[in-house]
Design a protein around this ligand. Sequence first.
Ligand SMILES: Cc1ncccc1N[C@@H](C)c1ccc2c(c1)OCCCO2
Length: 116
Amino acid sequence: SKKERANKKKEQRDLQACKSIVQELEGHEDAWPFLLPVNTRQFPTYKKIIKKPMDLSVIKKKLEDNLYKSREDYCEDLRLMFNNCETFNEDDSPVGKAGHNLRSFFETKWNEHFPP
Ligand SMILES: Cc1ncccc1N[C@@H](C)c1ccc2c(c1)OCCCO2
């Protein structure tokens, strides 16, 4: 139907916006702690403390494999990644500071693409 076609277009537009936001995050100078899954041999307590690890490479793959049912679903994974960072890292640590900076950058991009 016309409504279904319109909805499909919106979903395609949202997916494209989410992909471009991830690309912008990856290029940010404070993205370095979030580009790949945390190495649990390097951080042996991470698996016990963080129940649902998340990073930009997983989010990018989920986008490519069309595993998000909505932009809200995608936004949830990004906020999970930043919340994990706050759980494990001190605010004034290098990773903690990078997490706060990148979260702020993300929320700004989010509001640019999807004004509340
Ligand atoms: C987001 C996050 N949360 C908790 C722990 C680590 C991470 N990120 C990883 C990629 C990382 C961050 C800092 C690091 C590091 C690796 O390499 C060991 C040397 C010290 O510097």
